[in-house]
Every structure is written in structure tokens, then in C-alpha cells.
Design a protein around this ligand. Structure first.
Ligand code: SF4
Length: 307
């Protein structure tokens, strides 16, 4: 009898950390999470939208930091050379091929430049920058199980906040920079946003409960023909924090129990970089075949242990 096991799924060290992006990946596809966060395989390629997002994120932080230390003046930013430098570094530093999609590399680059120019042209940019009190704030905190109100042993929640923003009442909150192809995904209720809820818990963990407002904000660069920036903010209630912590707890549990160790290619795989290299035909590969002795008393156990 032959059982089938995807390559590289022998004994592995489970991750001791969980992040919002790891949990989100696990919810989208358990196998993709397994490849990236458990086996730690580098992705075979990167999407162009991801590169654009990283470039805009880096540029926004560069502008904020440079204005705050006085190296740059709002209204006097030479956008093209600044953009060129960051774009080139990101493109040339990418260790895997970049898939630019139908739009292509040059049009994607022009769009990204437009988004950056629109950012620098925001009429209240100076005022916005004056509200930022920290950038790229890294955190590590224990994972709390909100049902039993206990710390989950051996797991640390990690992440990086784009910005920490001070409100008029003196309290701080998360501010995240995003890029989006349309405003549609940002038109709904954001009070249950996983990232916002976890980052709020992390801020409270670092700064204390009274210092943090139950609120989150986003600056969103829209990659439209004529780029523009929109603002979103939301109240993040305590119930949302508990829900987010429980979700991370479930992901940790699912991973520990070996859930989703088989690829299940489906309609929603979209542009996943592992589709052709890892998933599409894994059952047919010679190295996936594992002989199992059907007369062995623990055959079922053996087969189970191999998935
Ligand atoms: S191709 Fe599909 S099944 Fe495979 S890792 Fe990507 S999303 Fe998951």
C-alpha cells in the first residue's frame, strides 16, 4: 500500500511565535502557512503589488522621519529621486523573481510613483506628521487565552506597528499605511480588524492601559489612474481584542495539531507562488510515495503520523 506525503513534512520544529500575517495566511490556506512559517521555505516568487506596498510604506516612513528631524521640508520634497532610490533597492534586493501581472513592471512603477507624489502633496501632511510619536515599533508579548484568562505557554505574539499616533486627548493608537487597488475593501466596518485589535493589545502591553485609545487609523494610498489617499479610522472595542486573541490561539492550536499538512489546490489559490512548484501535482511525484505495510498492526497509526 502506498500512502502519500508532501515533501518536507517529516519532523519539524513548530514556530514559537505567531504574528498577524502568519495567522492571516493560516486562515487563507493552512498549507501555505505550513510552508512559510513551519518549514520556513522561501516563496518561489513575489507579486508586484507586494513590492509596490513595501516601497510606499518605506517612503512614507522616510518622509515622516526626515521631516521630523528637519532634513526635509514639506512642500519642498524632490519626489522622483527619492522614489527611484527606494524602488531600485527593493527591486534589485528581491531574491526571487517578481511577477508584475498583466499591468506590467513599468506601469506598476508609474502607479507607485503617483501614489508617493500624492502622499507628498497632501495639504495637511505637516500636521499629520506632527501626530506621529513612533515608527516601526516592534513588539513581543505573551498570547493570552481570553476564554480561560491564562497565558498560552511557549508562544510569543510578535509584530511591527507602522506608526504610533498621538490623539488630541494625549492617548496613542495604531496608524497603519496601506496601498489598495480600490476603496471597496476599505468601505466596511473595521472595528473587528485583526491587526488593529492585536496591535491595540500590544500598545497597552507596552504603554499601560490609560495611555492607549480604543481606536485605530489607516492612511490608504489608492493605486488609481489619478492616485489619491483616503483616511479610515475605527473604534476597536474590547470584544474585538478578545476575538483576535482567541483567533491567534486557535491558529497556534491548529498548527500544533498538524492541521493542513496537505495542499488543497482550489479556485482561491489565485496567484499563490507555490501553486506550480509545490501544490498542483504533489500526489503524482515519486518522492511523495511512502510505502506502508498493511499487515502491520499499527498501519493506521503509521499512515496518520505521515500526514
Ligand atoms: S497553491 Fe493553493 S493550496 Fe498551495 S499553498 Fe498556495 S493557496 Fe495553498
Amino acid at each position: 500500500m502506498i500512502s502519500r506525503r508532501p515533501q518536507g513534512t517529516a519532523e519539524v520544529q513548530l514556530p514559537r511565535t505567531i504574528s498577524v500575517s502568519a495567522a492571516t495566511t493560516a486562515m487563507q490556506c493552512g498549507w501555505r502557512h505550513y510552508l512559510r512559517y513551519v518549514l520556513r521555505e522561501p516563496e518561489p516568487s513575489k507579486g508586484g503589488a507586494l513590492i509596490t506596498g513595501i516601497v510606499i510604506d518605506r517612503l512614507a516612513k522616510l518622509v515622516v522621519a526626515s521631516v521630523q528631524v528637519g532634513d526635509l521640508k514639506v512642500g519642498d520634497i524632490d519626489t522622483a529621486p527619492m522614489f527611484d532610490e527606494v524602488w531600485q533597492a527593493e527591486e534589485e534586493g528581491c531574491p526571487v523573481p517578481i511577477h508584475w501581472g498583466k499591468k506590467g513592471r513599468d506601469a506598476s512603477r508609474d502607479t507607485a510613483l503617483g501614489v508617493f507624489e500624492a502622499f507628498c502633496a497632501l495639504p495637511d501632511l505637516e500636521e499629520r506628521i506632527s501626530t506621529i510619536v513612533a515608527a516601526d515599533l516592534r513588539f513581543e508579548m505573551p498570547l493570552r487565552d481570553p476564554v480561560y484568562d491564562v497565558i498560552v505557554p511557549g508562544i510569543t505574539v510578535v509584530g511591527v506597528l507602522d506608526f504610533v499616533q498621538r490623539q488630541d486627548d494625549g492617548r496613542i493608537r495604531m496608524l497603519d499605511v496601506k496601498t489598495a487597488a480600490s476603496r471597496a475593501n476599505w468601505s466596511g466596518d473595521l472595528s473587528q480588524d485583526l491587526q488593529a485589535a492585536i496591535y491595540q493589545v500590544a500598545l497597552r502591553d507596552q504603554y499601560g492601559p490609560d495611555a492607549v485609545a480604543p481606536s485605530a487609523a489607516w492612511w490608504i494610498g489608492l493605486k488609481l489612474k489619478k492616485a489619491e489617499w483616503i483616511d479610515r479610522e475605527a473604534e476597536i472595542p474590547e470584544s474585538s481584542e478578545r476575538r483576535a486573541q482567541l483567533l491567534l490561539r486557535h491558529v497556534v492550536q491548529a498548527v500544533a495539531h498538524g492541521a493542513a499538512r496537505h495542499p488543497q489546490p482550489n479556485l482561491f489559490c489565485g496567484g499563490c507562488p507555490w501553486r506550480d512548484t509545490r501544490c498542483r501535482d504533489w500526489q503524482d511525484r515519486e518522492e511523495s510515495r511512502v510505502p506502508v505495510d498493511i499487515f502491520a498492526a499499527d498501519t493506521l497509526e503509521i499512515a496518520e503520523s505521515q500526514i
